[in-house]
Design a protein around this ligand. Structure first.
Ligand code: IPM
Ligand code: MG
Length: 353
């Protein structure tokens, strides 16, 4: 397997080192070779060279089986332009239309919701990843004056909505799940989100084993907090998905725990922890590596290495159960030590543990 690695900025570098450490352990345990293509893209590279990524950058990524990304963002470059080129650019250029964000609580003590157990927090969010307000279509008129007009368009296409909603149903079907909830704001956004309604109603009957439900996004946010146990699969647009997955991450212990995949099923996909580059914590050996390590598990699972992915998940669960974790989730370990524990657990755990 050839994996492109963009450690990126800030704590992205710290957590990527741990994800690679765990990957190495997986390689040893299962006798697999991983060919890593380390790419220096990020703030330092941009400041040095003036380029976000080289002209053939996206092609370089396409030639790999998968991409691992740490995090991007640096206070020296406040407009975030180079990072948008790398992160959103890759999502768009490689047409990674599924943003896959599984939410699962590994231990009750990590959940800020009263009385919630791992049985209550176990769902997956599919966020549309190539359209919506992220397409950067719009403009400003009379910028900088009191008459400024700012327009930011939201794009919804039949093809785009159809493929993400279908993915949600297909995922449910393939994984024996029985509930798919679509969230939009069709009561206010009566044009764009009417399309979501239409597509959802078209697709739902094709999946008789799945109960299709709908919430407006504001109600969804409320019910996620009040009763997360009712959800199995949630599908929504790019912006709403961005917002609710930060909320959902808190249910599992915070952003440090949250893993994600940006997929184009069957093609080169990109995996990244949901947290950002957290410049204040960079290089201090305090960032939680679990989001990154979990993202590596999603990468392996997507490439068909299911046992390998399961071994990582089991090792992470052990680390959490034994509190061999970083301080954001109540442990005393540093980033590196938390990674060491998980890598060692991958190597030593039996497959039935
Ligand atoms: C995410 C992030 C990005 C997004 C930012 C960094 C542009 O918040 O992946 O959730 O909004 O998609
Ligand atoms: Mg986000």
């Amino acid at each position: 397997m050839k994996i492109a690695v963009i450690a990126g900025d800030g704590i992205g570098k710290d957590v990527t080192a741990e994800a690679l450490k765990v990957l190495k352990a997986v390689g040893e345990k299962f006798g697999r070779r991983f060919d890593l293509e380390q790419l220096p893209w990020g703030a330092d590279h941009f400041l040095k060279t003036g380029e976000s990524l080289p002209p053939n950058g996206y092609d370089l990524l396409r030639q790999c089986d998968a991409i691992f990304l740490g995090a991007l963002g640096d206070p020296r470059i406040p407009d975030f332009g180079y990072a948008r080129d790398i992160l959103l650019g890759t999502r768009f250029e490689l047409d990674l239309y599924v943003n896959w964000r599984p939410i699962s609580l590994l231990d009750e003590r990590l959940c800020p919701l009263k009385g919630c157990t791992p049985a209550d927090v176990n769902f997956v969010v599919f966020r549309e990843n190539t359209e919506g307000v992220y397409v950067n279509i719009g403009g400003r008129f009379k910028a900088g004056t009191d008459d400024e007009v700012a327009i930011q368009e939201e794009i919804n296409t039949y093809k785009g909505v159809h493929r993400i909603v279908r993915h949600a149903f297909e995922y449910a079907k393939a994984n024996g799940l029985t509930k798919v909830c679509m969230a939009d704001k069709s009561n206010a956004m009566t044009q764009g989100h009417a399309l979501w309604q239409r597509v959802f109603k078209e697709l739902a009957p094709l999946y008789p084993s799945v109960t299709a439900t709908h919430y407006y996004i504001d109600a969804l946010a409320m019910y996620m907090v009040l009763d997360p146990g009712q959800f199995e699969v949630i599908v929504t647009n790019n912006l709403f998905g961005d917002i609710i997955t930060d909320l959902a991450a808190t249910f599992q212990g915070g952003l440090g725990m949250a893993a994600s995949g940006n997929l184009h099923p069957g093609k080169t996909s990109m995996f990244e922890p949901v947290h950002g580059s957290a410049p204040r914590f960079a290089g201090k050996n305090i960032a939680n590596p679990i989001g990154a390590i979990g993202s590596m598990a999603l990468l392996l699972e997507t490439l068909g290495a299911k046992q390998e992915a399961a071994a990582i998940d089991a090792a992470v669960l052990r680390a959490v159960k034994e509190n061999q974790v970083t301080s954001d989730i109540g442990g005393t370990l540093g980033t590196r030590e938390a990674g060491d524990f998980i890598a060692a657990a991958v190597l030593t755990m039996r497959s039935d543990e």
